[in-house]
Write a protein that binds this ligand. Structure first.
Ligand SMILES: [Zn+2]
Length: 311
């Protein structure tokens, strides 16, 4: 049987939120089978649990933000996507995330620090079958026209494949790889995807700060780009770091479904909003998906049966 996984021990991280700039502590704890991933706001007078579900997403403007039942007035946790991506990459099904503020720390702007943290705590198999969300028919979201067109789709696939194409019409970004294809079962999440950092443009910073966004952003946790070039002294970590970060985000955004998908995801210029709309459209159509388990590990997609691989 292909089994669910949780952490072996408790682990902690301290950092600042990218948007809030607030100091925040995370405590990651093992959870029982079928718990899923649950954030707990422990800074509030009464701790509030926020289970990660497609319909707990309440804001997707700059990051993926969740609240109980998706209620915009309820306590929230923003910027969950990089931690969710690391959990997907390590095949973690069940986890409690105690958090002392309303935003997950940005750390180095990628998911590599979360991968390191989770792997250091150790990963344990549990006596319950791991559930996959198998996509049975193609679901697609398209928005905008002409230059502004963007789309994302999910197609049936015996594995979990991501194809992302960026098009920013900017000299520094156009000079890098525009399209990346990544298969989760390759075992190369940690090497190929996890180190890709989030990025931002200096021209947007003032406007975003005036709206209370990116207050914690710096060259320590983002690739910063002016009108012509990347400003970080060390340059890029991958030749196609921008497209890879979009895949890192998409992995985290889709893992909000609560299970790994068996699907091929393809997007052109998508983002958090489109990813959540795609997930909602998929899950709203009962004929488009089903939950499956693998009693016989040999029938699972290649790579998914290894314990704590780097995918
Ligand atoms: Zn991101």
């Amino acid at each position: 049987m292909l089994k669910q996984r949780t952490l072996k021990s408790i682990t902690r991280a301290v950092g600042v939120g990218l948007h809030s700039g607030q100091r925040v502590e995370l405590t990651l704890r093992p959870a029982a089978p079928n718990t899923g991933i649950v954030f707990r706001r422990v800074d509030l007078p009464q701790p509030v649990d926020i289970p990660v579900r497609f319909d707990s997403v309440c804001d997707t403007r700059m990051a993926s933000t969740i609240s109980p039942g998706g209620d915009p007035g309820a306590p929230k946790v923003q910027t969950i996507e990089h931690l969710m991506s690391a959990c997907a990459g390590l095949g973690l099904d069940n986890l409690y995330v105690d958090i002392t503020a309303d935003e997950v720390p940005i750390l180095d702007g990628s998911s590599a620090s979360f991968v390191f943290l989770l792997q250091s705590a150790g990963i344990e198999q549990q006596n319950a079958a791991k559930k996959f969300l198998r996509v049975k028919k193609t679901v697609e979201i398209r928005e905008g026209e002409g230059e502004r067109a963007m789309w994302a789709k999910l197609e049936p696939h015996h594995g979990w494949r991501f194809t992302f194409e960026i098009a920013f019409n900017h000299p520094a970004l156009d000079a890098t790889g525009q399209q990346v294809v990544f298969e989760m079962g390759s075992g190369r999440y940690k090497q190929e995807i996890a180190r890709a950092r989030t990025f931002g443009f200096t021209k947007d910073v003032e406007a975003m700060r005036s709206r209370g966004l990116t207050l914690g952003g710096s060259m320590d946790n983002a690739i910063v780009i002016d009108d012509y070039r990347v400003l970080n002294a060390d340059g890029l970590r991958y030749d196609d770091e921008f497209a890879k970060h979009k895949i890192l985000d998409a992995i985290g955004d889709l893992y909000i479904a609560g299970h790994p998908l068996l699907a091929a995801y393809t997007s052109f210029k998508g983002g958090h909003a489109l990813n959540n709309k795609l997930l909602r459209k998929l899950l709203a159509d009962a004929d488009a998906w089903e939950l499956v388990t693998f009693e016989d590990e040999a029938k699972a997609p290649a790579g998914f049966a290894q314990l704590a691989p780097a995918w």
